[in-house]
Design a protein around this ligand. Structure first.
Ligand code: GAR
Length: 197
């Protein structure tokens, strides 16, 4: 069993899909979700994790002197629970080099677009879908990739396209892509774990 930690900032529906896959789906017997870390005390993901009796830690950036000490505390938490894999699931910060050095090719991120398009700083949530629709793209999608110390640049693990329909609002597109995200995140984790063996 691989020990997995999820980093979140918001609703946590992707985190939930990982927990559910570990409980009863394609990650059953392969993965145990041992820790959820949120940088946001009002993240609904914390409630979801508590409902599943998963250990949670909340760490707000403003309570730390600088970015390095903040990320270093996260690294200590990851090491305390002996995590094997880290999944960023709607986590809006980058994790910093101390963490990426310690867990190279073991940190995954999910992004609601077809990277390398529509990635980078500021490209999160509805900003992405607004940009995609404004630029009259024909398709969008979801990408799971290895996270590095930059925004959205690591090697792609799985990508799935989603068609953009006429009259789609950014929210319509976000909803349709989120559905796909929930399917591909557990698959990508499985693929990474199989390669670790
Ligand atoms: C998801 O669509 C995720 O891909 C996106 O935020 C949403 C979080 O939803 N992440 C990014 O935009 C990161 N650049 P969730 O909290 O319900 O999983």
């Amino acid at each position: 069993m691989k020990r997995l930690t999820v980093l979140v900032s918001g609703n946590g529906s992707n985190m939930q899909s990982v927990i559910d896959a570990a409980d009863n789906g394609i990650l059953k017997g392969l993965v145990e979700v041992v820790l959820v870390i949120s940088n946001n005390p009002s993240s609904y993901a914390l409630k979801r994790a508590e409902n599943k009796n998963i250990k949670t830690v909340c760490m707000e950036r403003k309570k730390f002197e600088n970015e390095k000490s903040f990320n270093y505390s996260i690294l200590k938490e990851l090491q305390n629970v002996k995590t094997d894999i880290v999944c960023l699931a709607g986590y809006i910060r980058i994790v910093g080099q101390d963490i990426t050095d310690a867990y190279r090719k073991r940190i995954l991120n999910i992004h609601p677009a077809l990277l390398p398009k529509f990635g980078g700083k500021g490209m999160y949530g509805r900003h992405i879908h607004e940009a995609v629709i404004n630029l009259k793209e024909k398709k969008s999608g979801a990408t799971v990739h290895f996270a590095d110390e930059n925004y959205d640049t690591g090697e792609i693990i799985i990508q799935q396209e989603v068609e953009i329909l006429e009259n789609d609002t950014p929210q319509d597109l976000a909803d349709r892509i989120l559905n796909v995200e929930h399917q591909i995140y557990p698959k990508a984790i499985k693929k990474v774990i199989e390669n670790l063996k």
